[in-house]
Write a protein that binds this ligand. Structure first.
Ligand code: BGC
Length: 360
């Protein structure tokens, strides 16, 4: 009996040590999108040489679960929290808890809004992501033509990035909408605001409200189908589609491909997901934006190490989150089309060639 008690006690102590062992907590938004599995995989890879203990948890698109994850990590005595919020504003409460516990908070890819409890933001240059969509689409338009059909889609309004992507896209597309090169076919709010180069957050929210995919493939497909049902043949033919990421781009692409009055379409994306690289090779998606997650992961790890040494990570710019100018270090992005897919994706070591068929 005594022996059993002793072993039980030993186990409890051992468990306590194991629990107390996590130095860095990493919280990602969902396992249901390949983008965040990419991040998990790249983290697990890089963590092998990071020199600290870490744990990755997923929030499954649920802010309550996200907060519970953060609470669990705080109770394991983490020093640094690396968190990609499901909902940028809702995550403020979790960030506040961490800050109160003396934990450094690194917002990862998506900015946590409306709190001062964010120490650092590792991100890609999301404005450039949107600008890259705009530039790609503008380039496909035959010179001098007017009234080209443009369909715009956006990410979830709860994600601050959706606004930055949109802002970047608008910066390039708006002049071409204003001068009649493009006609927006799926947002009367965008049409109403076509002469305004710089939109307020509220104006962007109005447009995003009409064209959001919620980052959800089914929502994207349903919205594209509803848009196509709502317009006449004159709004089809050749179309230009600004799609906000790879998952939604494939869903929207499939919807447009299924419409017999759509003869040709150009469609954007981002994340360089394996399925979308295949779509690009197959001519079903026109471009994606490679955001090299290996760099983002390394930046986050370096920042965590800096904080644990009592230092501060490098800052090249600031992002306002509604309460604070958050120091940040945005990473450059790369436009990927059929022309440079081999060099940008395979030769760079981002994905191995054997994941794809028909690569030349
Ligand atoms: C990320 C994208 C991702 C999207 C949907 C955004 O915040 O920056 O890479 O595709 O969320 O998860």
């Amino acid at each position: 009996m005594k022996r059993a008690l002793f072993i039980a006690l030993l186990l409890i102590v051992a468990a306590g040590f194991a629990l107390a062992d996590t130095q860095v907590g990493i919280v990602l938004p969902t396992k249901d999108e390949p983008r965040w599995i990419q991040d998990q995989t790249r983290f697990l890879d890089a963590l092998k040489n990071a020199g600290f203990t870490a744990k990755v948890l997923f929030s499954q698109g649920d802010s309550a679960k996200e907060k519970a994850n953060v609470e669990a990590l705080i109770s394991e005595k983490i020093k640094v929290l690396i968190i990609c919020p499901h909902d940028g504003s809702a995550a403020a409460a979790a960030a506040d808890l961490a800050a109160k516990a003396g934990v450094k908070v690194i917002s990862y890819d998506r900015l946590i809004r409306d709190t001062t409890s964010v120490d650092y933001y590792v991100t890609f240059d999301s404005f450039q992501v949107g600008a890259a969509w705009g530039e790609y689409l503008v380039k496909q338009v035959p010179a001098g033509t007017k009234g080209n059909n443009l369909y715009i889609y956006a990410g979830a309004a709860s994600d601050n990035n959706a606004f930055i992507f949109f802002e970047g896209a608008w910066s390039v597309l708006q002049p071409k909408i204003a001068d009649g090169t493009f006609t927006v076919r799926n947002s009367d709010k965008a049409v109403a605001l076509r002469n305004k180069a710089k939109l307020t957050r509220d104006e962007m929210a109005q447009i995003i409200g009409q064209v959001t995919t919620n980052w959800n493939f089914n929502d994207a497909k349903n919205k594209a189908e509803a848009n196509l049902t709502a317009v006449g043949k004159d709004a089809k033919g050749t179309v230009y589609i600004c799609a906000p990421n790879d998952g939604t781009a494939r869903a929207i692409s499939d919807a447009f491909a299924a419409d017999k009055d759509v003869k040709k379409y150009y469609i954007t994306g981002q994340d360089a997901e394996i399925a979308s690289i295949q779509y690009i090779i197959d001519g079903k998606q026109s471009m994606t934006v490679l955001k090299d997650v290996r760099t983002l992961v390394q930046d986050a790890i370096n920042a965590a190490i800096a904080y644990m040494k009592g230092q501060t990570p490098p800052v090249t710019s600031y992002y306002n989150n509604g309460k604070k100018d958050v120091p940040a270090k945005p990473t450059a992005i790369v436009t990927v089309t059929r022309e440079n897919v081999k060099q940008a994706i395979i030769d760079s070591g981002y994905w191995p060639a054997d994941k794809f068929t028909g690569l030349k």
